[in-house]
Design a protein around this ligand. Structure first.
Ligand code: ADP
Length: 663
């Protein structure tokens, strides 16, 4: 066929027609009576007719009824302001306007820029108006898509919590992009799990969730969500037909429900993940009447890519957070924890491990365990290593661990895993020490008990003898032995009783005003009554000493005990001095002796339960190791403090302070 432009024989009308039809813009001519005179092909199509002739045959009222005409914001556009109307009224070049048309039948929206010119007759009267509509739907959609993409990216970047992020994202998509937005993921068991379901109407969300529970996606399906999850390829269904629903329905009821969803168009895209597909995003157009095309699919694919990045970020963040929590726990747990890899190299050494062993993480991490802990090889075989944490398969043992800088006792156990073994240990050195001291105590106490019992028994047996006459002097001497040895026995038993009373918290105190000087004088004179040879007691107190706030019996007990010790630990004799000094609201009692003294390193420990400097009794001075422990507890409970000073010269000085009584 000849081209209309080169054909000179064709009449102007048909040439014009050819031109008007070939332009992309819709062209419409209205007469003054408002009747449609002419519409080119694009205009006819845009107005919902299959051809120009069909459109011209349709009454104008009916055509108008097919659309909602709106401004850019979606508000109704007044007909009187349409450029065609203004041109009919004689306006030469009415301003062009951007219009939004919603096709009522389908809900689909289109955008146009409309402009118009008046058409005049030979006399210059307006006879008709020529309107030109330029379809800018794709531009608007691209603009919208860009805006949406920016907003969605912002949402995806803003949150680092997976669920929160995908939920906000899905809610952004609804209703801008879809009536429904559903996100699925592959569960650990391979099942398809719904993560988020969004629709503008919460009622519908609940309903759809119930449907999802009732007819969950079949993981073996080759198309749809399961198909996309498996293949990683997107699916676009521009038009959902009833046949498709029939094919997808599991039963009649399901079909009914699917039909009631009124899906028009659907897209499902994969969300990429670190190890393959993480999940899918499905966009469903229903009541909006929207139809998805390739361009929409491109947009959501881009979105899914970005969501994939964000999901990955969220995952990395969650892992980092988990790790941070774990390391926080590790650094605050009371037990020593360390990790040894399969090559026997220490990879982790927590803070408690540092404190308990005195070996810093820097010193040991990266080193072979057997080099870092010299005693490891000796105990390794004794350390139980289980396969399941907390299963308690192997009994934990207390083992001595040589650290190179000393030995500690620990209860140690391990749990093996693919990459090595995690060991946890607890310092039992103190408990072990108490156990050892308890053993010493039992040995000493039995000796301590046996000696006076033997003496009492011996004296009593002698007194009972009838084969010879015991003189008065000897009898008195024997009775004195019985009395003093019984006293010694009582004291040992008392110590044990007091210690257990202190431990069990059954100790009651009756704080009162105590005349400390008076009390001290009584104790000194009682002690002087049976002093061993070579020991002398002196006493010094201020002229008028203020009253002390304390329990008189307990103050007496502490003082007597300290004086007793001072005498007892002066086996070679010497002076024992008791002094009272009131200062700064406190009364200080000091008991100084010239006896055996206490090495500085031991001074802190002598107040511990059962602790004795000489458990083997090499100096022949017996005791339970409980006296100072009881003293410390009593003084503490009366709000005071007790300590010892010993060093220069022979002997030691014990101090204790108690608050003064309110006047
Ligand atoms: P004990 O019954 O063994 O005397 P204590 O608790 O009273 O128990 O004293 C604990 C240890 O402190 C004693 O075993 C002794 O080694 C040491 N000690 C206590 N008082 C003195 C002192 N005045 N001089 C030297 N050592 C002392």
């Amino acid at each position: 066929m000849d081209s209309p432009l080169t054909t000179t024989a064709r009449d102007q009308g048909s040439l014009l027609e050819a031109i008007l039809t070939s332009v992309g813009d819709g062209i419409i001519v209205f007469g003054r009576d408002g009747q449609l005179r002419y519409a080119n092909e694009p205009a006819a199509r845009a107005l919902g007719a299959t051809s120009m002739d069909e459109l011209l045959a349709t009454p104008l009222g009916e055509i108008v009824e097919r659309f909602d005409v709106m401004d850019e914001e979606g508000n109704p556009f007044p007909e009187s302001r349409l450029p065609g109307r203004l041109a009919l009224l004689g306006e030469e070049s009415p301003p062009s306007v951007t219009l939004r048309f919603r096709i009522r039948a389908t809900g689909e929206e289109r955008w146009s820029i409309a402009s118009a010119r008046p058409l005049r007759d030979a006399d210059g009267n307006v006879e008709a108006a020529l309107s030109i509509f330029r379809d800018i739907t794709h531009l608007k959609k691209a603009e919208e898509a860009q805006r949406f993409l920016a907003e969605a990216t912002d949402i995806l970047n803003r949150s680092l919590h997976l669920d929160e992020m995908l939920t906000s994202f899905a809610h952004l998509a609804v209703p801008t992009l879809a009536d429904w937005c559903v996100v699925h993921r592959i569960g650990p068991d391979g099942a398809v799990q719904p993560l988020v379901l969004a629709h503008a109407n919460p009622e519908k969300v609940r309903w759809a969730e119930e449907l999802g529970d009732r007819w969950p996606p079949d993981p073996n399906e080759t198309t749809g969500i399961a198909g996309v999850l498996r293949s990683g390829s997107s699916e676009l269904y521009p038009e959902i037909t009833d046949e498709m629903l029939v094919a997808a329905a599991r039963d009649d009821h399901h079909l009914e429900v699917l039909r009631s969803l009124a899906m028009k168009s659907v897209m499902t895209v994969p969300i990429p993940g670190r190890d393959g597909v993480f999940g899918t995003m499905t966009f469903v157009a229903s009541e909006s009447g929207r139809r998805y095309d390739e361009r929409d699919l491109e947009l959501v694919q881009e979105l899914a890519q970005r969501a994939g990045f964000a999901v990955e970020n969220a995952r990395v963040f969650a892992e980092a957070e988990d790790r941070a929590h774990a390391s926080l726990v590790l650094s605050h747990v009371d037990d020593g924890v360390f990790l040894v890899d399969r090559e026997g190299v220490i990879r982790l050494w927590n803070r408690a491990a540092e404190t308990i062993t005195g070996l810093s993480a820097r010193q040991v991490i990266g080193h072979q365990l057997r080099d870092a802990i010299p005693g490891w090889t000796a105990v390794e075989a004794l350390v139980p290593v289980g396969a399941t944490p907390g299963a308690g398969d192997n009994p934990v043992q207390a083992v001595p661990l040589d650290l190179g800088n000393g030995e500690i006792w620990v209860s140690l156990s391990g749990v093996g895993f693919e990459e090595g073994t995690v060991y946890a240990f607890r310092d039992l050195t103190a408990e072990r020490r108490v156990d050892e001291m308890k053993a010493d105590f039992l040995a000493t106490a039995s000796h301590e008990l046996r000696t006076p019992v033997a003496a009492v028994y011996g004296a009593a047996m002698t007194l009972m003898r009838t084969d010879y006459v015991i003189g008065d002097e000897a009898r008195t001497r024997l009775l004195e032995i019985i009395a003093s040895e019984s006293d010694r026995l009582t004291r040992i038993v008392d110590d044990v009783l007091w210690a257990s009373r202190v431990d069990s918290g059954r100790l009651t105190l009756a704080i009162d005003r105590v005349d400390a000087a008076q009390l001290a004088i009584g104790i000194v004179s009682a002690a002087r009554a049976h002093l061993p040879p070579g020991v002398k007691i002196t006493f010094e107190a201020p002229e008028s000493s203020p009253a002390v706030a304390g329990d008189p019996d307990k103050v007496r007990q502490v003082l007597a005990n300290l004086l007793d010790n001072a005498v007892k630990y002066s086996p070679d004799g010497g002076e024992v001095e008791l002094r009272l000094d009131a200062q700064e609201g406190r009364m200080r009692f000091s008991i100084r002796d010239e006896g055996l003294g206490i090495p500085p390193a031991e001074q802190a420990r002598i107040f511990e339960k059962f602790y004795r400097l000489d458990p083997q009794l090499t100096r022949g001075v017996g005791g339970t190791g409980l006296g100072l422990y009881i003293c410390r507890e009593l003084v503490r409970r009366m709000g005071g403090r007790i300590w010892v000073a010993s060093g220069e010269g022979p002997g030691s000085t014990f101090f204790f302070e108690l608050p003064l009584s309110e006047p």
